[in-house]
Write a new protein. Structure first.
Lengths: 348, 316
């Protein structure tokens, strides 16, 4: 008897080890009753709006269930490349090398917009400070080290700046926020571009790293003389004050949902939507802004899911946009939406 | 007949589980090596000795992380060991019987606190304290490399302090058990020879020396691998510096920070190779501590009553 139970135990254990056939394709199994599960993975930044969209969409389309894992842009691209998810999401566009590594053509679809703002803790300064791109680059390169540096004083006439050291704080974890911030600094400073460059994690010449928006803002708040950068959404939700940044038209712009959307409107949109909108043209455009993208294969093998996903994206780009401001995301400008609807027809 | 076959099944069963552990360790080593091949092939041994960590240019060297991991763990050990042994000695030798159980329970409880909670405590309580300490450090002292650097609060000192607090319960509970297992004949003999209380305790410590070293090494192993609490307070800046005040970085922290966004193959392989190095260093530390304990044991008069290390399983 005992031996028999051991055999049964082993059989069960072996069965558990068997790779699950349906999990191999990973695009999810259609459950009985014609309902459809679509799996996606990627950026953490748009997670709140995406999960809101999936919920809302399911209310009107009860047979489509979309799962999204916010594992980071890098992870999303990797899983999409390996076809373990049906769609990916990223805060930075895929590079040419990444696109080539994928099993077929991948299309980018901007979904919403975000911005990055400088936050600081300077004793005795209450009004929002003004920053320019070259100034931020100088600070993050470790070249401007005091708050009363002429470069800062020049942009902020009438503000009494203390002679304290600037404590530079950046993100320690790989992040789309770092990508956008460095993308902007690289555009306005050749020095920054050459010494640091653009990526989700870079080799910072100065400062300390803190994990997440909350880590950066927490450290800035408690360190006298500190400066950091956080997502606009995070700054708005936690009601921390942030500085204005000079745009390419020379205007100092306060980051807001409107000024971020204005940045998207000021850029010529290429057909593949892989575009950086930092330092965009337009008097009212906030310069440290970016799209976040959903990534889809142009010729997916699974036509049923593909049709459902295209339908969802159409809904998200039109009806879905109204949920964006409530969650702190800047909605897409209308011309971008129109262009994307056209591009969705390419998916077959 | 029946009985012997049951015995055999039992032996085979448990043997299989024991083999599973070996398989698991070998599997981890194999997988870590396989998935870091790109980085191993490109950088070779230079990976251990160079300090650049630049995901943009694809240039990777692990030295600052190795340094930060070892430096923070050794500092933590230096701070934690005297305190942990003090706690262990007090509980097992000197404490009033009534206090013994609650004290032992409380130190064990410290070990059960999740590291993220330690991290939060570190960020909100300890870091501001360290910052004040750094601010009031006189400039003359700051000229010494050990205390150079801006008063940021986050940095090596904060990391070492938080690790010390986290290590104390591990070292002290194991050391306490070791001292409890020292046969009372040892102490009685010391007292019979006219030893004072302190001298008798010294005898007990001497008897359990190998076990106590094991307890300390257990704490070291714990400090090496600690991730989230350290990430929150160390400042995450890869540099090799002896300064206690400067922000630095550890191996576990860089993996936790950068793994999710590492989309580039070489970058990912370099991160996994860091994991492999951490694995190798941890094993090396364990081997060294085993050798230390063996060499101690040989000198102990009655090796068979010397406590079998609880640390032995925990370290593996």
């Amino acid at each position: 008897m005992k031996r028999k139970s051991l055999v049964v135990f082993l059989a069960v254990a072996l069965a558990a080890c068997q790779p699950n056939e349906s999990s191999k394709t990973q695009t999810g199994t259609p459950a009985s009753g014609g309902s459809l599960t679509i799996n996606g993975a990627g950026a953490t930044f748009p997670y709140p709006i995406y999960s809101k969209w999936f919920d809302e969409y399911q209310k009107t389309h009860p047979n489509v269930r979309i799962n999204y894992q916010s594992i980071g842009s890098g992870g999303g691209i990797k899983q999409l490349t390996e076809q373990t998810v049906f769609f990916g999401a990223s805060d930075g566009p895929m590079t040419d090398a990444q696109l080539q590594a994928a099993h077929g053509a991948i299309l980018h679809f901007p979904t919403v917009l975000g911005g990055v703002v400088p936050v600081y803790n300077v004793e005795g300064v209450s009004a929002p400070l003004r920053f320019s791109g070259p100034l931020l680059a100088g600070i993050y390169l470790g070249k401007i080290t005091k708050w009363n540096d002429p470069a800062i004083a020049q942009l902020n006439p009438g503000v009494k700046l203390p002679a304290t050291d600037i404590a530079v704080v950046h993100r320690s974890d790989g992040s789309g926020t770092t990508y956008i911030f460095c993308d902007f600094l690289s555009k306005v400073s050749a020095d920054f571009k050459q010494k640091v460059g653009v990526a989700t994690s870079v080799s910072w010449p100065a400062g300390v790293g803190a994990k997440g928006n909350e880590g950066v803002s927490g450290l800035v708040r408690q360190t006298p003389g500190a400066i950091g950068y956080v997502e606009l959404i995070y700054a708005l939700q936690t009601k921390i004050s942030f500085g204005d940044v000079q745009n390419s038209a020379g205007k100092f712009v306060t980051a807001s949902l409107e000024s971020v959307t204005a940045a998207a409107a000021g850029v010529a949109m290429p057909d593949d939507f892989r575009v950086s909108i930092t330092n965009a043209d337009g008097a009212s455009a906030y310069p440290i802004a970016s799209f976040t993208w959903m990534l889809l294969y142009q010729h997916p093998t699974d036509k049923t899911r593909s049709t459902a996903m295209v339908d969802f994206l159409k809904w998200a780009l039109n009806d879905g946009q109204k949920f964006a401001p409530g969650l702190g995301y800047a909605p897409l400008p209308q011309p971008v939406v129109a262009k994307e609807i056209q591009a969705l027809a390419k998916i077959q | 007949m029946r009985r012997s076959s049951d015995d055999r099944t039992f032996r085979l069963g448990t043997g299989a589980f024991a083999a599973f552990v070996l398989l698991l360790v070998a599997g981890i080593a194999f997988e870590l090596t396989r998935q870091s091949m790109l980085s191993i092939a490109k950088f070779g041994l230079k990976f251990w000795t160079t300090s650049t960590w630049n995901p943009v240019s694809g240039d990777f060297g692990a030295l600052p992380f190795i340094w930060g991991t070892l430096y923070s763990s050794i500092l933590a050990l230096l701070m934690a060991t005297p305190i942990a042994l003090g706690i262990a000695i007090f509980i097992s030798e000197l404490s009033p019987r009534m206090l013994r159980q609650p004290l032992a329970y409380l130190t064990d409880l410290l070990a059960a606190i999740p590291s993220i909670v330690y991290g939060l405590w570190g960020v909100f309580v300890m870091v501001p304290f360290v910052r004040t300490l750094e601010t009031v450090t006189p400039d003359a002292l700051k000229r010494i490399p050990l205390f150079s650097g801006p008063p940021l609060g986050v940095g090596m000192l904060s990391a070492a302090l938080i690790l010390a607090v986290m290590v104390i319960p591990f070292t002290s509970s194991v050391a306490r058990e070791i001292l409890k297992n020292v046969p009372s004949t040892q102490r009685e003999a010391a007292y019979a020879l006219g030893a004072t209380r302190w001298e008798a305790i010294k005898v007990a410590i001497g008897f359990g020396k190998s076990g106590i070293i094991g307890a300390v090494m257990l704490g070291f192993g714990r400090a090496l691998g600690e991730t989230i609490a350290v990430t929150m307070v160390i400042g995450n800046s890869p540099q090799v510096s002896a300064s206690l005040f400067k922000p630095q970085y550890t191996m576990a922290a860089v993996i936790a920070n950068e793994f999710t966004e590492a989309a580039d193959e070489l970058y990912l392989h370099a991160l996994i190779e860091i994991g492999l190095l951490l694995f190798i260093i941890t094993i090396a530390v364990n081997i060294i501590s085993r050798l230390l304990i063996w060499s101690m044991k040989r000198r102990v008069v009655a090796p068979d009553v010397a406590p079998v290390l609880p640390a032995e399983e925990a370290l593996a």
